[in-house]
Design a protein. Structure first.
Length: 653
């Protein structure tokens, strides 16, 4: 399934906009805020925190009890359903963040318990520092030897599977050993608890605190204490973040802000924590628009055309209120298709299935704007639509239809083996819907254009490496011959538009300076950026897709977003070591200045643009880990090789 999201602006008369605003701002958003607060006070909250999941049934039960109250009553049924799903998603994200913070705290506390100065290590092991260093060297050499052996074995397996017996396994270099740094860290932590020998344990601690290196320079006691205290502060800050920070809803009336102003002007804070909480509330810029409303059922959205060909949409539960669709000319065909699908289905609901609608789901969103007047006239209303691009053509629709038929047949075949008397009403209703859908899927939607499905060469892949100095580097690789067909730098990808990259960099530096000045004054420091970065991302994504189709690549390989912090840190560290060899303080200062001077890139946004453009073109996208060492070209090539190995490993299972 190739799902992308498009948007259009919805325009209506003042009465309609006011009606929708009042529903979303005065009823739905307060309901979500109340649910978020009550979920945080629930008796089972600690259990959910441990499991990392909030049960949807509990949210629905609470929502059903609240919607009987006058302040939350009178909303369409879809609004209540959207409320439950949004609260679940908010808590799901929050619980995942809390779980990650808890893991960080546990890891840092574990390291703090292990951490000892050189003097303490000598006392504990009853050995000299030189002996500890010798033992550390032995452990380091043993790991490098094992790592090299395992890598060579994998290389031999890969050579055998591709039947390329003329290629010899690559010899392990020091650069490859450096790339295993994170693996070494993890390995040292893993064997520490299993090791009973005191000298070995002390040697492991020595390696860990010296970045997996044997340091011949004597340890500075003051620096050691400073480093240890910094780790304690990190733990304290994480503990502050993890305590008492349940998800908070939106306060569109600014009541909490006004109450805090009155409180701060009439009372003295009891302690520093209370003063800090007041300050955070006063400096926080609250949203002035309500929560969005999700329409997860595509038949709840009604599309129509007038005699002039203009598109209109209305929603179940909102009565006769209609909204005119304003969209970009490039997206207009999609919205016209939504209208055509609905009309075909509406003319004969017993023949066609809504499972083949190109529109999958939608979301009503208010976009915040500044100005004077009524909020429904100031802010703009948008509809975000998720659609499956495979359903645009007859060939893609046939492929999706076949898949859905197979899925329905599996469910119905499995149901035949069960005793229907033991099924409850919901299960029986579900089976009945499946049977109805299966019957309707025999009839594909008519009138869809014919276009051959994109077929790339399975042995040609495009790797996209990401970095700090060079945001994007592309390599087109033929994995069958292990040959690079083309490299593209960010300058080559952008062409004449490369100057936009420098303009964006200047804008970011200006905003960073402005934000820093506001932080020093303890003033609000949330400044929005222009859409230039989004435009540059689209240009890059378009060029990458064009390159992939030119070489008939089967897929595009992207790095995992979670690895970007380590990749950037490694890039900066390598540059600092090369610029100022052997002087760590100078390297740290250089790295700090380099971060300020270089542009900051939204890698997540760029990856989303590439995925979206690839979905439209019918090119699959794979993700794998990006190496932290080597040139951007080597990293892009390695991405392809690793992805191809993973693909082979899966096929061999």
């Amino acid at each position: 399934m190739s799902v992308i999201t498009i948007q259009c602006r919805l325009v209506a008369n003042d009465q309609t906009l006011r009606h929708l605003w009042e529903l979303m701002a005065e009823k739905n958003t307060p309901l979500i805020s109340e649910l978020l607060e009550q979920m945080g006070k629930h008796p089972d909250f600690e259990t959910w925190l441990t499991k990392g999941e909030v049960p949807k049934d509990t949210i629905k039960t609470l929502c059903d009890s609240l919607k009987a109250q006058n302040r939350f009553a009178g909303q369409p049924g879809r609004f209540y359903t959207s409320t439950v799903s949004q609260v679940k998603e908010i808590y799901k994200s929050w619980l995942a963040l809390q779980k990650r913070r808890q893991r960080q705290i546990e890891g840092k506390q574990r390291w703090l318990r292990m951490l000892k100065s050189d003097v303490e290590l000598q006392e504990e092991s009853n050995c000299s520092l030189e002996t500890i260093r010798v033992k550390a060297t032995e452990i380091l050499a043993e790991f490098v030897s094992k790592f090299t052996k395992d890598t060579n074995q994998k290389s031999k397996k890969k050579t055998k599977s591709t039947k390329n017996t003329t290629q010899k396994p690559k010899k392990k270099t020091k650069k490859d050993t450096d790339e295993s740094g994170s693996t070494l860290f993890q390995a040292l932590f893993d064997i520490y608890d299993k090791t009973e020998d005191t000298l070995s344990r002390c040697a492991i601690i020595y390696l860990l605190k010296n970045h997996c290196q044997v340091n011949e320079i004597e340890e500075d006691p003051d620096k050691f204490l400073k480093s240890k205290r910094a780790k304690e502060i990190e733990i304290e800050r994480l503990q502050e973040q993890i305590v008492g920070r349940i998800p908070k809803g939106r306060d569109l009336t600014n009541k909490k802000w006004l109450d805090t102003i009155k409180l701060a002007s009439s009372q003295v804070p009891q302690d520093e924590n209370e003063a800090k909480s007041w300050q955070n509330l006063l400096l926080k810029t609250s949203s002035s628009v309500p929560y969005s409303v999700d329409y997860e059922t595509n038949t709840d959205i009604k599309w129509t055309k007038d005699n002039k060909g203009r598109l209109f949409v209305n929603f179940n539960g909102l009565g006769d209120h209609k909204f005119e669709v304003y969209c970009d000319s490039r997206q207009l065909p999609y919205f016209q298709r939504f209208c055509e699908d609905l009309q075909i289905w509406h003319d004969d609901e017993e023949k066609y299935s809504s499972a083949l609608f190109m529109l999958r789901s939608a979301r009503l969103v208010w976009l915040e704007k500044k100005g004077r007047g009524k909020p429904w006239n100031i802010h703009r209303l948008y509809l975000h639509c998720s659609l499956d691009t495979s359903l645009w053509t007859a060939e893609g629709t046939e492929q999706i239809r076949t898949n859905k038929i197979n899925e329905a047949d599996k469910v119905l075949t499995k149901a035949k083996t069960k005793d229907k008397k033991k099924l409850n009403e919901n299960q029986l209703a579900y089976l009945q819907r499946q049977q109805s859908t299966r019957n309707k899927l025999n009839n594909p939607f008519p009138g869809r254009p014919s276009k051959p499905i994109y077929q790339g060469n399975s042995h040609i892949l495009v790797g996209v490496s990401l970095g700090l100095e060079k945001p994007t580097t592309v390599a087109v690789v033929d994995v069958a011959s292990n040959k690079v067909l083309a490299y593209r730098s960010v300058q080559q990808l952008l062409g004449q538009n490369y100057k936009l990259l420098n303009r964006q960099r200047q804008q970011q530096q200006h905003l960073a300076k402005k934000r820093h000045e506001s932080q020093k004054k303890q003033a609000p420091n949330q400044f929005g950026e222009s859409e230039l970065g989004q435009y540059v991302d689209r240009l890059l994504a378009k060029s990458i897709i064009t390159l992939a189709t030119t070489y008939q690549a089967s897929s595009i390989v992207l790095p995992k977003l979670r690895d970007m912090r380590e990749i950037i840190q490694s890039e900066i560290q390598a540059k600092a070591e090369k610029k100022i060899p052997g002087y760590k303080e100078g390297q740290q200062q250089y790295a700090k200045q380099y971060r300020i001077s270089i542009h900051r890139w939204s890698y997540g946004r760029l990856i989303e643009n590439i995925q979206s453009q690839a979905a439209k073109a019918g090119i699959s996208v794979e993700t794998t880990s990006q190496q932290t060492r080597g040139s951007p070209q080597e990293q892009a090539k390695d991405l392809v090789i690793f992805a191809y190995r993973e693909r082979q490993a899966i096929s061999n299972k």
